[in-house]
Write a protein that binds this ligand. Structure first.
Ligand code: NAI
Ligand code: UGA
Length: 465
């Protein structure tokens, strides 16, 4: 296979955008086109205000855009020109039909495969970057082959993405590993080698792992399941800590110092959010059920159940502390993104907590440094969240800064660990709050002793105060 000189990516989202920007940065001789069906998203990628907030991304895009990085809605042209095509489209949980609520919906992946099959005039390497169920590459290959034009052949690779939002650029530049799965044939090996030659530009060879397609697909689901399982494990212990007087941070520290366990992903919290952990574990559970591995399915389902428990435990704690009623009380939620350094709100625990407090009759104020007001209302009025969007519009106000959001409130609830929340002047905030003034630190980022000396009633996760 000759050297790759032209790459296209279908899907200009949180994965396609940053991944291809970094490829363009590191491979200046390769033309990279990120193509999407959404005109609005592509227009944003071509503007000064990118559609996603990701530290370091602006700089990379500005360096490469117009040089060897292009964002386009002309999908046909992008496919025709490319030797290698990433499929980086969304794979949400199915909301209707067989496997509803658990199975991954592959309609966008299938749509992308059909677009490629209908367009391609010469050989293509098709790389599945979206997170998919095991054996999805086989379905992609089947679609491509069933619609193959004479003289055109395809190789399908699996190359799952492990970046985390908020650290995407660093994760891409310094990836722990790049995983490439392909067919065990001479053509398959050539395709794997072609993709390796792209990552070779900046990833040491020993960190590029090649394997068969199914192992690669399953490894992605496994990695997310392991990460989420650690969070659910520490969150389960946070409940034990609150009941016994142990401190979950101390427990995490002691456990994490064991080099066999390690210290990462042991931060107890209000629960994990984000677009992938829940969807990918549900997908794994569904696959196990289909394979009649019911005990395995139940094992992983528990990771999700524990997360639901953690979110509801925290919400109940807030209501109980406020004399069992929040009706008519002003409550300020600090942080709406699912984690710091992103504007992404998909499956954010803040949505769950805000919704509980709204249903209890609270008057909710929300401030997040990177989430737009429209997004907050879209999330809170979504039919899967509420049957009463009018109540949401009546009882929720979005603020542009933390100080005005907190003014006149009975309680503050920290839902996202933004650095700016640790540096607020809580003395000043306390003066302007209703008394008794409460703080519920769902991220364990504040100085609780200092807050108590100011006069706050403080509650947090995994520690009785
Ligand atoms: N968000 C994350 O941090 C990570 C996501 N993933 C996986 O990557 C995949 C993509 O995730 P995100 O980028 O977050 O999704 P996203 O929803 O941000 O972006 C997907 C994009 O694909 C576009 N699209 C759909 N069908 C298309 C087609 N036929 N042609 C061109 N564009 C099309 C959509 O318009 C959308 O802009 C998912 O499978 C996800 O599980 C993997 C690792 C990290
Ligand atoms: O497949 C994906 O989409 C990605 O999912 C996660 O990345 P992401 O969801 O962007 O962010 P994480 O840093 O994993 O955080 C997920 C959630 O867990 C929470 N979390 C994380 C770590 C921790 O110790 N405690 C904790 O509560 C975060 O606050 C956040 O709500 C994985 O970390 C990535 O490797 C993976 O590629």
């Amino acid at each position: 296979m000759a050297k790759i000189t032209n790459i296209c990516c279908l899907g200009a989202g949180y994965v396609g955008g940053p991944t291809c920007s970094v490829i363009a940065l590191k491979c200046p001789e390769v033309k990279v086109t990120v193509a999407d069906l959404s005109k609005e998203r592509i227009a944003q990628w071509n503007s000064d205000k990118l559609p996603i907030y990701e530290p370091g991304l602006d700089k990379v895009v500005k360096t490469c855009r117009g040089r060897n990085l292009f964002f386009s809605t002309d999908i046909t042209k992008a496919i025709l020109e490319a030797e290698l095509i990433f499929i980086s489209v969304n794979t949400p949980t199915k909301i209707v039909g067989n496997g509803k609520g658990r199975a991954a919906d592959l309609k966008y992946v299938e749509g992308a495969a059909r677009l490629i099959a209908n367009t391609a005039q010469n050989d293509k390497i098709v790389v599945e970057k979206s997170t998919v169920p095991v054996k999805a590459a086989e379905s992609i290959a089947n679609i491509l082959k069933a619609n193959q034009k004479p003289g055109v052949s395809y190789q399908v690779l699996s190359n799952p993405e492990f970046l985390a939002e908020g650290t995407a650029i660093d994760d891409l530049l310094n990836a722990d590993r790049v995983l490439i799965g392909g067919e065990e044939s001479s053509e398959g090996r050539k395709a794997i080698e072609a993709l390796c030659s792209i990552y070779d530009h900046w990833i040491p060879r020993e960190n590029i792992i090649t394997t068969n397609t199914w192992s690669s697909e399953l490894s992605k689901l496994a990695a997310n399941a392991f990460l989420a399982q650690r969070i659910s494990s520490i969150n389960s212990l946070s409940a034990v800590c609150e009941a016994t007087g142990a401190d979950v941070s101390e427990v995490a520290r002691a456990v994490g110092l064991d080099s066999r366990i390690g210290s990462k992903f042991l931060q107890a919290s209000v629960g994990f959010g984000g677009s992938c952990f829940q969807k990918d574990i549900l997908n794994l559970v569904y696959i196990c059920e289909c394979l009649n591995l019911l005990e395995v399915a139940a094992y992983w389902q528990q990771v999700i159940d524990m997360n639901e428990y953690q979110k509801s435990r925290f919400s109940i704690k807030i209501v109980e502390a406020l004399f069992n009623t929040v009706s008519g009380k002003n409550i300020c939620i600090l942080g709406f993104a699912f984690k710091k350094n992103t504007g992404d709100t998909r499956e954010s625990p803040s949505i769950f907590i805000a919704n509980t407090l709204i249903q209890e009759g609270g008057s909710i104020r929300i401030y997040d440094p990177k989430v737009e007001e429209d997004q907050i209302f879209e999330d809170l009025t979504h039919p899967s969240i509420t049957h009463s969007p009018e109540l949401v519009r009546k009882n929720v106000t979005v603020y542009q800064d933390a100080y005005s959001a907190c003014e006149g409130c009975h309680a503050i609830v920290v839902c996202t660990e933004w650095d700016e929340f640790t540096n607020l002047d809580y003395d000043q905030i306390y003066q302007k709050m209703m008394k008794p003034a409460y703080i519920f630190d769902g991220r364990k980022i504040l100085n609780h002793q200092q807050l108590m000396s100011i006069g706050f009633h403080v509650q947090t996760i995994g520690k009785r105060i």
